[in-house]
Design a binder for this molecule. Sequence first.
Ligand code: GTP
Ligand code: MG
Length: 174
Amino acid sequence: GMPTLTIKVVLLGESAVGKSSIVLRFVSNDFAQSKEPTIGAAFLTKRIYRNDEAIKFEIWDTAGQERFAPLAPMYYRNAQAALVVFDITNEQSFHKAQNWVEQLHERVGNHIIIALVGNKTDLLGMQNLNMGVKKEMIEDFCQRENLSYFETSAKTGENIHEVFQAIGEKTPHP
Ligand code: GTP
Ligand code: MG
């Protein structure tokens, strides 16, 4: 059959930034307006097909609430890729994302593929372009840490597939 590449991905980020919603959109092409906070972590898988290859994503969707933070190393330790998610309308969540990136670099090293994800783009209408996390702050951080950056909306589906696609492309193929 078709060769399959398996990629373990972990999602990290503050509670309510939309990690589970990103996974729900990617795996089931669905969205829930009122989603319960994740307890512990959730495991989901999704296959995508490109050219003559299948990629199976094994996804650990972690819980962002502070009381679950000690569990995170269990999930990122064996991950090949991480989506570090923040809410582009919430500066605090961006600082939390910066902490996650630093923790990954300290504890996992530089071989883990990290995509920084600014979610909820649908909340930034034309009227309030000045709202939200400052673009330069994000760009500076990404340059310093050598990260790729995506802006997504789990609500509309914008860029969700592209994030995972990019991880598939960056992962070394055996
Ligand atoms: P924890 O599991 O507690 O870590 O939270 P989470 O990061 O998994 O957030 P979750 O996916 O549960 O989403 C939190 C809330 O934000 C829910 O009410 C979602 O409907 C909403 N939400 C998620 N993504 C988006 C988005 O792209 N746009 C909008 N407008 N709302 C979103
Ligand atoms: Mg969740």
